[in-house]
Design a protein around this ligand. Structure first.
Ligand SMILES: *[C@@H]1O[C@H](CO)[C@@H](O)[C@H](O)[C@H]1NC(C)=O
Ligand SMILES: *[C@@H]1O[C@H](CO)[C@@H](O)[C@H](O)[C@H]1NC(C)=O
Ligand SMILES: *[C@@H]1O[C@H](CO)[C@@H](O)[C@H](O)[C@H]1NC(C)=O
Ligand SMILES: *[C@@H]1O[C@H](CO)[C@@H](O)[C@H](O)[C@H]1NC(C)=O
Ligand SMILES: *[C@@H]1O[C@H](CO)[C@@H](O)[C@H](O)[C@H]1NC(C)=O
Ligand SMILES: *[C@@H]1O[C@H](CO)[C@@H](O)[C@H](O)[C@H]1NC(C)=O
Ligand SMILES: *[C@@H]1O[C@H](CO)[C@@H](O)[C@H](O)[C@H]1NC(C)=O
Ligand SMILES: *[C@@H]1O[C@H](CO)[C@@H](O)[C@H](O)[C@H]1NC(C)=O
Ligand SMILES: *[C@@H]1O[C@H](CO)[C@@H](O)[C@H](O)[C@H]1NC(C)=O
Ligand SMILES: *[C@@H]1O[C@H](CO)[C@@H](O)[C@H](O)[C@H]1NC(C)=O
Ligand SMILES: *[C@@H]1O[C@H](CO)[C@@H](O)[C@H](O)[C@H]1NC(C)=O
Ligand SMILES: CC(=O)N[C@H]1CO[C@H](CO)[C@@H](O)[C@@H]1O
Length: 367
Protein backbone atom coordinates (compact mmCIF):
# COMPACT_ATOMS: atom_id res chain seq x y z
CA UNK A 1 0.00 0.00 0.00
CA UNK A 2 1.36 3.38 -1.01
CA UNK A 3 0.07 6.65 0.30
CA UNK A 4 1.08 10.12 -0.78
CA UNK A 5 -0.47 13.16 0.76
CA UNK A 6 0.45 16.59 -0.50
CA UNK A 7 -1.16 19.44 1.32
CA UNK A 8 -1.18 23.08 0.37
CA UNK A 9 -3.09 26.09 1.59
CA UNK A 10 -4.87 28.22 -0.95
CA UNK A 11 -5.41 31.74 0.27
CA UNK A 12 -8.36 32.74 -1.95
CA UNK A 13 -10.61 29.74 -1.47
CA UNK A 14 -8.93 28.56 1.71
CA UNK A 15 -8.56 25.10 0.32
CA UNK A 16 -6.30 22.37 1.55
CA UNK A 17 -5.39 20.06 -1.25
CA UNK A 18 -4.35 16.51 -1.25
CA UNK A 19 -3.95 13.51 -3.43
CA UNK A 20 -4.53 10.01 -2.28
CA UNK A 21 -2.95 7.10 -4.02
CA UNK A 22 -3.94 4.26 -1.81
CA UNK A 23 -3.31 1.09 -3.64
CA UNK A 24 -5.23 -1.95 -2.65
CA UNK A 25 -6.29 -4.86 -4.79
CA UNK A 26 -9.95 -5.08 -5.67
CA UNK A 27 -11.70 -6.90 -2.87
CA UNK A 28 -14.63 -9.08 -3.61
CA UNK A 29 -17.51 -7.66 -1.60
CA UNK A 30 -21.09 -8.77 -1.23
CA UNK A 31 -24.10 -6.78 -0.11
CA UNK A 32 -23.55 -7.54 3.58
CA UNK A 33 -24.49 -4.55 5.67
CA UNK A 34 -26.81 -3.17 2.99
CA UNK A 35 -30.21 -2.13 4.32
CA UNK A 36 -32.67 -1.94 1.43
CA UNK A 37 -36.21 -0.91 2.26
CA UNK A 38 -38.93 -0.80 -0.37
CA UNK A 39 -41.42 1.64 1.15
CA UNK A 40 -45.07 0.61 0.85
CA UNK A 41 -44.19 -2.93 -0.28
CA UNK A 42 -46.60 -5.52 1.15
CA UNK A 43 -44.60 -7.68 3.55
CA UNK A 44 -45.10 -10.96 1.72
CA UNK A 45 -43.53 -9.47 -1.44
CA UNK A 46 -39.87 -9.17 -0.25
CA UNK A 47 -37.70 -9.75 -3.35
CA UNK A 48 -34.24 -9.79 -4.85
CA UNK A 49 -33.92 -7.09 -7.52
CA UNK A 50 -33.29 -8.59 -10.95
CA UNK A 51 -30.72 -6.09 -12.19
CA UNK A 52 -28.72 -5.53 -8.99
CA UNK A 53 -29.39 -8.80 -7.07
CA UNK A 54 -29.99 -6.61 -3.98
CA UNK A 55 -32.58 -7.95 -1.51
CA UNK A 56 -35.37 -5.50 -0.72
CA UNK A 57 -37.72 -5.82 2.24
CA UNK A 58 -40.97 -4.15 3.15
CA UNK A 59 -40.93 -1.07 5.39
CA UNK A 60 -43.70 -2.55 7.57
CA UNK A 61 -41.38 -3.14 10.55
CA UNK A 62 -39.89 0.35 10.44
CA UNK A 63 -42.96 2.59 10.63
CA UNK A 64 -46.52 2.51 12.00
CA UNK A 65 -48.04 5.36 10.01
CA UNK A 66 -48.83 6.01 6.37
CA UNK A 67 -50.54 3.93 3.71
CA UNK A 68 -49.17 1.64 1.01
CA UNK A 69 -49.90 2.68 -2.59
CA UNK A 70 -48.88 1.44 -6.00
CA UNK A 71 -47.75 3.70 -8.88
CA UNK A 72 -49.83 3.80 -12.09
CA UNK A 73 -46.89 2.85 -14.27
CA UNK A 74 -45.73 -0.66 -15.07
CA UNK A 75 -42.27 -0.76 -13.53
CA UNK A 76 -39.76 -2.79 -15.53
CA UNK A 77 -36.49 -1.62 -13.97
CA UNK A 78 -35.89 -0.35 -10.41
CA UNK A 79 -38.60 -2.48 -8.83
CA UNK A 80 -38.25 -0.51 -5.58
CA UNK A 81 -40.18 2.31 -7.27
CA UNK A 82 -43.35 0.26 -7.76
CA UNK A 83 -44.82 0.88 -4.30
CA UNK A 84 -44.79 4.04 -2.20
CA UNK A 85 -45.77 4.80 1.37
CA UNK A 86 -47.85 7.94 1.45
CA UNK A 87 -48.59 10.09 4.52
CA UNK A 88 -52.00 11.78 4.28
CA UNK A 89 -52.13 12.24 8.09
CA UNK A 90 -49.82 14.17 10.40
CA UNK A 91 -47.24 16.83 9.66
CA UNK A 92 -44.12 14.76 10.40
CA UNK A 93 -43.99 11.00 9.90
CA UNK A 94 -40.78 9.19 10.84
CA UNK A 95 -39.16 5.85 10.17
CA UNK A 96 -36.98 4.17 12.78
CA UNK A 97 -34.28 2.03 11.20
CA UNK A 98 -31.70 0.05 13.15
CA UNK A 99 -28.10 0.70 12.09
CA UNK A 100 -24.59 -0.02 13.36
CA UNK A 101 -23.55 3.12 15.19
CA UNK A 102 -20.12 4.55 14.26
CA UNK A 103 -20.39 3.13 10.73
CA UNK A 104 -20.23 5.59 7.86
CA UNK A 105 -23.29 5.10 5.65
CA UNK A 106 -24.39 6.32 2.29
CA UNK A 107 -28.11 6.94 2.88
CA UNK A 108 -30.30 7.29 -0.18
CA UNK A 109 -33.99 8.15 -0.25
CA UNK A 110 -35.82 7.63 -3.56
CA UNK A 111 -39.09 9.18 -4.70
CA UNK A 112 -41.11 8.19 -7.73
CA UNK A 113 -44.50 9.81 -8.10
CA UNK A 114 -45.93 7.75 -10.98
CA UNK A 115 -49.35 9.35 -10.32
CA UNK A 116 -49.89 6.86 -7.45
CA UNK A 117 -52.74 9.06 -6.07
CA UNK A 118 -54.39 9.61 -9.47
CA UNK A 119 -54.26 13.39 -8.92
CA UNK A 120 -51.66 14.17 -11.62
CA UNK A 121 -50.26 16.66 -9.14
CA UNK A 122 -46.74 15.85 -7.92
CA UNK A 123 -46.20 17.17 -4.38
CA UNK A 124 -43.35 19.02 -2.70
CA UNK A 125 -42.34 18.28 0.89
CA UNK A 126 -39.37 18.18 3.23
CA UNK A 127 -37.13 15.33 4.25
CA UNK A 128 -35.60 15.35 7.74
CA UNK A 129 -33.17 13.08 9.54
CA UNK A 130 -34.20 13.24 13.17
CA UNK A 131 -34.43 16.96 13.95
CA UNK A 132 -32.11 17.92 11.07
CA UNK A 133 -33.50 19.35 7.84
CA UNK A 134 -32.07 17.11 5.13
CA UNK A 135 -33.62 18.57 1.97
CA UNK A 136 -36.71 19.68 0.12
CA UNK A 137 -38.10 17.13 -2.33
CA UNK A 138 -39.92 18.36 -5.43
CA UNK A 139 -41.45 15.70 -7.65
CA UNK A 140 -41.95 15.60 -11.42
CA UNK A 141 -45.00 14.58 -13.39
CA UNK A 142 -42.70 13.09 -16.02
CA UNK A 143 -43.04 9.32 -15.54
CA UNK A 144 -39.51 8.69 -16.80
CA UNK A 145 -37.94 10.68 -13.95
CA UNK A 146 -37.42 9.83 -10.32
CA UNK A 147 -35.77 11.85 -7.57
CA UNK A 148 -33.11 10.83 -5.09
CA UNK A 149 -31.56 12.48 -2.05
CA UNK A 150 -28.30 11.09 -0.78
CA UNK A 151 -26.12 11.86 2.22
CA UNK A 152 -22.99 10.36 3.74
CA UNK A 153 -23.60 10.11 7.45
CA UNK A 154 -22.16 8.36 10.51
CA UNK A 155 -24.90 7.74 13.11
CA UNK A 156 -23.84 7.84 16.74
CA UNK A 157 -27.01 6.04 17.86
CA UNK A 158 -28.02 2.52 16.87
CA UNK A 159 -30.96 3.75 14.83
CA UNK A 160 -31.77 6.58 12.41
CA UNK A 161 -35.05 8.40 11.89
CA UNK A 162 -35.71 9.61 8.35
CA UNK A 163 -38.89 11.72 8.36
CA UNK A 164 -41.30 13.05 5.74
CA UNK A 165 -42.61 16.51 6.55
CA UNK A 166 -45.76 18.03 5.06
CA UNK A 167 -45.07 21.69 4.18
CA UNK A 168 -48.49 22.40 2.68
CA UNK A 169 -47.65 21.48 -0.92
CA UNK A 170 -49.25 18.06 -1.17
CA UNK A 171 -49.07 14.69 0.57
CA UNK A 172 -45.53 13.43 1.31
CA UNK A 173 -44.57 9.94 0.16
CA UNK A 174 -41.43 7.86 -0.27
CA UNK A 175 -40.45 4.97 -2.55
CA UNK A 176 -37.28 3.52 -1.03
CA UNK A 177 -34.65 3.98 1.67
CA UNK A 178 -31.23 2.42 1.12
CA UNK A 179 -28.25 2.35 3.48
CA UNK A 180 -24.77 1.27 2.31
CA UNK A 181 -21.81 1.03 4.68
CA UNK A 182 -18.79 2.91 3.29
CA UNK A 183 -15.07 2.71 4.00
CA UNK A 184 -14.63 5.15 6.88
CA UNK A 185 -11.29 6.37 5.44
CA UNK A 186 -13.16 7.91 2.52
CA UNK A 187 -15.31 11.07 2.25
CA UNK A 188 -13.77 12.51 5.41
CA UNK A 189 -14.72 16.05 6.44
CA UNK A 190 -13.31 18.04 9.31
CA UNK A 191 -16.70 19.09 10.68
CA UNK A 192 -18.25 16.62 13.09
CA UNK A 193 -21.75 18.11 12.88
CA UNK A 194 -21.96 18.10 9.11
CA UNK A 195 -22.84 15.58 6.45
CA UNK A 196 -22.01 15.35 2.77
CA UNK A 197 -25.00 15.70 0.50
CA UNK A 198 -24.67 14.47 -3.08
CA UNK A 199 -24.57 17.25 -5.69
CA UNK A 200 -23.33 15.18 -8.65
CA UNK A 201 -21.60 11.89 -9.46
CA UNK A 202 -20.59 11.55 -13.09
CA UNK A 203 -19.11 8.80 -15.25
CA UNK A 204 -17.19 10.58 -18.01
CA UNK A 205 -16.43 9.17 -21.44
CA UNK A 206 -19.02 6.42 -21.10
CA UNK A 207 -19.35 4.42 -24.31
CA UNK A 208 -22.46 2.54 -23.17
CA UNK A 209 -24.39 5.56 -21.83
CA UNK A 210 -25.68 3.33 -19.01
CA UNK A 211 -26.02 4.23 -15.35
CA UNK A 212 -23.88 1.96 -13.14
CA UNK A 213 -24.42 0.94 -9.52
CA UNK A 214 -24.13 -2.36 -7.55
CA UNK A 215 -22.74 -4.90 -8.47
CA UNK A 216 -20.35 -2.80 -10.53
CA UNK A 217 -20.00 -0.48 -7.53
CA UNK A 218 -19.36 -2.36 -4.29
CA UNK A 219 -20.85 0.61 -2.38
CA UNK A 220 -23.89 0.88 -4.69
CA UNK A 221 -23.23 4.52 -5.62
CA UNK A 222 -25.11 5.65 -8.75
CA UNK A 223 -22.84 6.86 -11.57
CA UNK A 224 -24.53 8.91 -14.30
CA UNK A 225 -23.01 8.92 -17.78
CA UNK A 226 -22.27 12.47 -18.87
CA UNK A 227 -20.45 14.32 -21.64
CA UNK A 228 -19.31 17.93 -21.41
CA UNK A 229 -19.17 20.08 -24.53
CA UNK A 230 -15.79 20.24 -26.29
CA UNK A 231 -14.81 16.83 -24.89
CA UNK A 232 -14.44 13.43 -26.51
CA UNK A 233 -14.31 9.91 -25.14
CA UNK A 234 -11.32 7.69 -24.45
CA UNK A 235 -11.58 4.10 -23.36
CA UNK A 236 -9.06 1.56 -22.11
CA UNK A 237 -8.62 -1.79 -23.81
CA UNK A 238 -9.45 -3.72 -20.63
CA UNK A 239 -10.77 -3.42 -17.08
CA UNK A 240 -7.48 -3.98 -15.21
CA UNK A 241 -7.36 -1.54 -12.33
CA UNK A 242 -5.46 -1.25 -9.07
CA UNK A 243 -8.03 0.33 -6.75
CA UNK A 244 -7.78 2.86 -3.95
CA UNK A 245 -10.12 3.17 -0.94
CA UNK A 246 -12.71 5.08 -2.98
CA UNK A 247 -13.12 2.07 -5.30
CA UNK A 248 -14.95 3.72 -8.18
CA UNK A 249 -16.22 0.92 -10.46
CA UNK A 250 -13.74 -0.41 -13.04
CA UNK A 251 -16.34 0.03 -15.77
CA UNK A 252 -16.61 3.73 -14.87
CA UNK A 253 -12.83 4.17 -14.64
CA UNK A 254 -12.28 2.40 -17.96
CA UNK A 255 -13.47 5.49 -19.82
CA UNK A 256 -12.40 9.12 -19.65
CA UNK A 257 -13.17 12.53 -21.09
CA UNK A 258 -10.47 14.52 -22.88
CA UNK A 259 -10.67 17.88 -24.70
CA UNK A 260 -11.46 17.70 -28.42
CA UNK A 261 -8.75 20.33 -28.97
CA UNK A 262 -5.66 18.55 -27.59
CA UNK A 263 -3.99 21.78 -26.50
CA UNK A 264 -7.06 23.24 -24.77
CA UNK A 265 -7.93 22.66 -21.12
CA UNK A 266 -10.64 20.26 -19.95
CA UNK A 267 -13.25 22.51 -18.35
CA UNK A 268 -16.38 22.00 -16.27
CA UNK A 269 -18.30 24.03 -13.75
CA UNK A 270 -21.22 24.01 -11.36
CA UNK A 271 -23.20 26.85 -9.84
CA UNK A 272 -23.54 27.20 -6.08
CA UNK A 273 -27.02 27.62 -4.65
CA UNK A 274 -25.50 30.16 -2.25
CA UNK A 275 -21.98 31.68 -2.05
CA UNK A 276 -21.77 30.45 1.53
CA UNK A 277 -22.19 26.82 0.37
CA UNK A 278 -19.25 24.51 0.99
CA UNK A 279 -18.39 21.84 -1.57
CA UNK A 280 -16.15 18.79 -1.52
CA UNK A 281 -14.71 17.66 -4.84
CA UNK A 282 -13.42 14.17 -5.67
CA UNK A 283 -11.66 13.70 -9.03
CA UNK A 284 -10.98 10.09 -10.04
CA UNK A 285 -8.22 9.35 -12.58
CA UNK A 286 -6.92 6.28 -14.38
CA UNK A 287 -4.55 6.46 -17.38
CA UNK A 288 -6.46 4.60 -20.07
CA UNK A 289 -3.65 4.53 -22.65
CA UNK A 290 -0.46 2.50 -22.43
CA UNK A 291 1.94 5.41 -23.06
CA UNK A 292 5.19 4.94 -24.98
CA UNK A 293 8.56 6.20 -23.74
CA UNK A 294 8.22 9.48 -25.60
CA UNK A 295 4.64 10.21 -24.47
CA UNK A 296 3.68 12.00 -21.26
CA UNK A 297 0.35 13.09 -19.81
CA UNK A 298 0.69 15.70 -17.08
CA UNK A 299 -1.69 18.50 -16.17
CA UNK A 300 -2.42 21.06 -13.52
CA UNK A 301 -5.83 21.51 -11.93
CA UNK A 302 -7.22 24.90 -11.00
CA UNK A 303 -10.44 26.01 -9.32
CA UNK A 304 -11.63 29.46 -10.42
CA UNK A 305 -8.10 30.11 -11.72
CA UNK A 306 -6.41 29.23 -8.44
CA UNK A 307 -3.96 26.34 -8.30
CA UNK A 308 -5.65 23.22 -6.89
CA UNK A 309 -3.36 20.30 -7.65
CA UNK A 310 -0.54 19.44 -10.03
CA UNK A 311 1.16 18.25 -11.92
CA UNK A 312 -1.27 15.33 -12.05
CA UNK A 313 0.16 12.29 -13.84
CA UNK A 314 -2.50 9.55 -13.86
CA UNK A 315 -1.11 6.08 -13.25
CA UNK A 316 -1.73 3.39 -15.87
CA UNK A 317 -4.47 1.00 -14.71
CA UNK A 318 -4.47 2.66 -11.28
CA UNK A 319 -7.21 4.69 -9.57
CA UNK A 320 -5.87 8.03 -8.33
CA UNK A 321 -8.29 10.28 -6.46
CA UNK A 322 -7.64 13.98 -5.99
CA UNK A 323 -9.69 15.31 -3.11
CA UNK A 324 -10.32 18.69 -1.59
CA UNK A 325 -9.53 17.97 2.02
CA UNK A 326 -11.15 21.25 3.02
CA UNK A 327 -14.31 22.61 1.37
CA UNK A 328 -14.47 24.94 -1.62
CA UNK A 329 -16.50 27.97 -0.66
CA UNK A 330 -17.09 31.68 -1.31
CA UNK A 331 -17.99 31.55 -5.00
CA UNK A 332 -21.25 31.61 -6.96
CA UNK A 333 -19.76 29.36 -9.62
CA UNK A 334 -16.91 26.87 -9.52
CA UNK A 335 -14.91 26.51 -12.72
CA UNK A 336 -12.56 23.53 -12.72
CA UNK A 337 -9.81 23.56 -15.31
CA UNK A 338 -7.39 20.74 -16.15
CA UNK A 339 -4.65 22.06 -18.42
CA UNK A 340 -1.68 20.20 -19.76
CA UNK A 341 1.74 21.24 -18.54
CA UNK A 342 4.28 22.61 -21.02
CA UNK A 343 6.09 19.29 -21.47
CA UNK A 344 3.05 17.06 -21.65
CA UNK A 345 2.60 15.48 -25.07
CA UNK A 346 -0.98 14.41 -24.32
CA UNK A 347 -4.08 16.35 -23.24
CA UNK A 348 -5.64 16.02 -19.75
CA UNK A 349 -8.16 13.31 -18.92
CA UNK A 350 -10.81 12.83 -16.26
CA UNK A 351 -12.56 9.49 -15.66
CA UNK A 352 -15.12 10.34 -12.97
CA UNK A 353 -16.07 13.16 -10.63
CA UNK A 354 -18.08 13.49 -7.43
CA UNK A 355 -19.29 16.77 -5.93
CA UNK A 356 -20.87 16.96 -2.47
CA UNK A 357 -22.31 19.87 -0.55
CA UNK A 358 -21.72 20.13 3.18
CA UNK A 359 -24.91 20.28 5.26
CA UNK A 360 -25.21 21.25 8.89
CA UNK A 361 -26.63 18.38 10.97
CA UNK A 362 -26.01 19.76 14.44
CA UNK A 363 -29.57 19.16 15.61
CA UNK A 364 -30.60 16.02 17.48
CA UNK A 365 -30.40 12.69 15.65
CA UNK A 366 -33.81 11.77 17.02
CA UNK A 367 -37.20 13.39 16.72
C1 LIG B 1 -39.74 -9.67 4.75
O1 LIG B 1 -38.56 -9.17 5.39
C2 LIG B 1 -38.76 -8.76 6.74
C3 LIG B 1 -37.46 -8.19 7.24
O2 LIG B 1 -36.43 -9.10 7.06
C4 LIG B 1 -39.22 -9.91 7.59
O3 LIG B 1 -39.49 -9.46 8.91
C5 LIG B 1 -40.47 -10.50 6.98
O4 LIG B 1 -40.85 -11.65 7.70
C6 LIG B 1 -40.26 -10.87 5.52
N1 LIG B 1 -41.49 -11.35 4.97
C7 LIG B 1 -41.56 -12.46 4.25
C8 LIG B 1 -42.93 -12.87 3.83
O5 LIG B 1 -40.57 -13.10 3.95
C1 LIG C 1 -49.57 -2.45 -17.46
O1 LIG C 1 -49.62 -3.83 -17.73
C2 LIG C 1 -50.95 -4.34 -17.83
C3 LIG C 1 -50.90 -5.84 -17.94
O2 LIG C 1 -49.73 -6.26 -18.57
C4 LIG C 1 -51.63 -3.68 -19.02
O3 LIG C 1 -52.96 -4.15 -19.11
C5 LIG C 1 -51.64 -2.18 -18.81
O4 LIG C 1 -52.17 -1.54 -19.95
C6 LIG C 1 -50.23 -1.65 -18.58
N1 LIG C 1 -50.31 -0.25 -18.19
C7 LIG C 1 -49.53 0.67 -18.68
C8 LIG C 1 -49.74 2.07 -18.17
O5 LIG C 1 -48.66 0.43 -19.50
C1 LIG D 1 -34.17 -2.59 16.49
O1 LIG D 1 -33.36 -2.77 17.62
C2 LIG D 1 -34.14 -2.88 18.82
C3 LIG D 1 -33.18 -2.90 19.99
O2 LIG D 1 -32.04 -3.62 19.67
C4 LIG D 1 -35.01 -4.13 18.73
O3 LIG D 1 -35.79 -4.25 19.90
C5 LIG D 1 -35.92 -4.01 17.52
O4 LIG D 1 -36.66 -5.19 17.35
C6 LIG D 1 -35.11 -3.75 16.27
N1 LIG D 1 -36.05 -3.43 15.19
C7 LIG D 1 -36.01 -4.05 13.99
C8 LIG D 1 -37.04 -3.62 13.01
O5 LIG D 1 -35.19 -4.88 13.69
C1 LIG E 1 -22.44 3.14 20.00
O1 LIG E 1 -23.39 3.42 21.00
C2 LIG E 1 -22.99 3.01 22.29
C3 LIG E 1 -24.13 3.29 23.26
O2 LIG E 1 -25.34 3.06 22.67
C4 LIG E 1 -21.74 3.75 22.72
O3 LIG E 1 -21.31 3.27 23.97
C5 LIG E 1 -20.65 3.54 21.69
O4 LIG E 1 -19.55 4.34 22.00
C6 LIG E 1 -21.15 3.89 20.31
N1 LIG E 1 -20.14 3.51 19.35
C7 LIG E 1 -19.72 4.36 18.42
C8 LIG E 1 -18.66 3.83 17.49
O5 LIG E 1 -20.18 5.47 18.30
C1 LIG F 1 -39.23 13.24 -19.42
O1 LIG F 1 -37.88 13.06 -18.99
C2 LIG F 1 -37.06 12.45 -19.97
C3 LIG F 1 -35.72 12.18 -19.36
O2 LIG F 1 -35.26 13.25 -18.61
C4 LIG F 1 -36.98 13.38 -21.19
O3 LIG F 1 -36.20 12.77 -22.18
C5 LIG F 1 -38.38 13.62 -21.71
O4 LIG F 1 -38.34 14.55 -22.76
C6 LIG F 1 -39.30 14.15 -20.60
N1 LIG F 1 -40.66 14.21 -21.09
C7 LIG F 1 -41.41 15.25 -20.93
C8 LIG F 1 -42.80 15.16 -21.44
O5 LIG F 1 -40.99 16.28 -20.37
C1 LIG G 1 -12.72 3.13 10.90
O1 LIG G 1 -13.21 1.89 11.34
C2 LIG G 1 -12.22 1.09 11.96
C3 LIG G 1 -12.80 -0.28 12.21
O2 LIG G 1 -14.14 -0.22 12.55
C4 LIG G 1 -11.77 1.80 13.24
O3 LIG G 1 -10.80 1.04 13.88
C5 LIG G 1 -11.20 3.15 12.86
O4 LIG G 1 -10.88 3.87 14.02
C6 LIG G 1 -12.20 3.96 12.05
N1 LIG G 1 -11.54 5.15 11.54
C7 LIG G 1 -12.11 6.34 11.52
C8 LIG G 1 -11.34 7.44 10.89
O5 LIG G 1 -13.24 6.53 11.98
C1 LIG H 1 -6.99 24.87 -29.33
O1 LIG H 1 -6.70 25.36 -28.04
C2 LIG H 1 -5.63 26.29 -28.02
C3 LIG H 1 -5.31 26.59 -26.56
O2 LIG H 1 -6.45 26.91 -25.83
C4 LIG H 1 -6.02 27.51 -28.83
O3 LIG H 1 -4.95 28.43 -28.84
C5 LIG H 1 -6.39 27.12 -30.24
O4 LIG H 1 -6.87 28.22 -30.94
C6 LIG H 1 -7.45 26.02 -30.22
N1 LIG H 1 -7.64 25.52 -31.58
C7 LIG H 1 -8.84 25.43 -32.11
C8 LIG H 1 -8.90 24.85 -33.48
O5 LIG H 1 -9.84 25.77 -31.50
C1 LIG I 1 -27.24 32.07 1.86
O1 LIG I 1 -26.75 31.57 3.09
C2 LIG I 1 -26.79 32.50 4.16
C3 LIG I 1 -26.09 31.91 5.34
O2 LIG I 1 -26.24 30.53 5.40
C4 LIG I 1 -28.24 32.84 4.46
O3 LIG I 1 -28.30 33.80 5.47
C5 LIG I 1 -28.87 33.42 3.17
O4 LIG I 1 -30.24 33.62 3.40
C6 LIG I 1 -28.70 32.45 2.01
N1 LIG I 1 -29.16 33.08 0.79
C7 LIG I 1 -30.01 32.50 -0.02
C8 LIG I 1 -30.34 33.24 -1.26
O5 LIG I 1 -30.49 31.39 0.20
C1 LIG J 1 7.51 8.15 -30.31
O1 LIG J 1 8.32 7.02 -30.57
C2 LIG J 1 7.81 6.18 -31.59
C3 LIG J 1 8.73 5.01 -31.71
O2 LIG J 1 8.90 4.44 -30.45
C4 LIG J 1 7.74 6.96 -32.89
O3 LIG J 1 7.16 6.14 -33.90
C5 LIG J 1 6.88 8.18 -32.70
O4 LIG J 1 6.90 9.01 -33.87
C6 LIG J 1 7.40 9.01 -31.55
N1 LIG J 1 6.46 10.10 -31.31
C7 LIG J 1 6.85 11.33 -31.00
C8 LIG J 1 5.77 12.32 -30.74
O5 LIG J 1 8.01 11.63 -30.91
C1 LIG K 1 1.83 23.38 -13.00
O1 LIG K 1 2.07 23.28 -11.63
C2 LIG K 1 3.43 23.17 -11.32
C3 LIG K 1 3.55 22.82 -9.85
O2 LIG K 1 2.97 23.80 -9.06
C4 LIG K 1 4.10 24.48 -11.68
O3 LIG K 1 5.49 24.41 -11.40
C5 LIG K 1 3.91 24.71 -13.17
O4 LIG K 1 4.40 25.99 -13.53
C6 LIG K 1 2.47 24.63 -13.57
N1 LIG K 1 2.41 24.60 -15.02
C7 LIG K 1 1.50 25.24 -15.70
C8 LIG K 1 1.56 25.12 -17.18
O5 LIG K 1 0.65 25.92 -15.15
C1 LIG L 1 10.47 20.49 -19.87
O1 LIG L 1 11.35 20.14 -20.91
C2 LIG L 1 12.51 20.97 -20.95
C3 LIG L 1 13.31 20.59 -22.20
O2 LIG L 1 13.36 19.19 -22.35
C4 LIG L 1 13.30 20.76 -19.67
O3 LIG L 1 14.42 21.63 -19.68
C5 LIG L 1 12.40 21.12 -18.49
O4 LIG L 1 13.07 20.84 -17.27
C6 LIG L 1 11.13 20.33 -18.52
N1 LIG L 1 10.23 20.81 -17.50
C7 LIG L 1 9.62 20.00 -16.63
C8 LIG L 1 8.73 20.65 -15.64
O5 LIG L 1 9.77 18.79 -16.65
C1 LIG M 1 -16.68 -0.06 -26.68
C2 LIG M 1 -15.89 0.97 -27.39
O1 LIG M 1 -16.38 1.99 -27.78
N1 LIG M 1 -14.62 0.71 -27.56
C3 LIG M 1 -13.72 1.64 -28.22
C4 LIG M 1 -12.55 1.93 -27.32
O2 LIG M 1 -11.61 2.77 -27.97
C5 LIG M 1 -11.08 2.22 -29.17
C6 LIG M 1 -10.07 3.19 -29.69
O3 LIG M 1 -9.09 3.36 -28.72
C7 LIG M 1 -12.21 1.98 -30.16
O4 LIG M 1 -11.68 1.36 -31.33
C8 LIG M 1 -13.25 1.07 -29.53
O5 LIG M 1 -14.35 0.95 -30.39
Amino acid sequence: MKKTMIGMLLHFLSVLLGILTLLVLIQAQDQSGFISIDCGLPEHLNYSDKSTTINYISDANFINTGVSKRVQVNITVLQQLEYVRSFPNGVKNCYKINVTNGTKYLIRASFYYGNYDNLNDPPQFDLHLGANVWDTVKLHLNVSRYTIREIIYTPSLDYIQPCLVNTGHGTPFISAIELRPLNNKTYVTDSANSVLSLHGRLDLGSVTNLQYRYENDVYDRLWLPFQWIDTKKLNASDYLLLQNDYTPPAIVMRTAATPVNASAPLLFHWNADNVTDQYYLYLHFNEVEDLTQNETRAFNITVNGEFFYGPMIPGYQVTDTVISSAPLTGAARYLISLSKTENSTLPPILNAVEIYKLKDFSQSETV
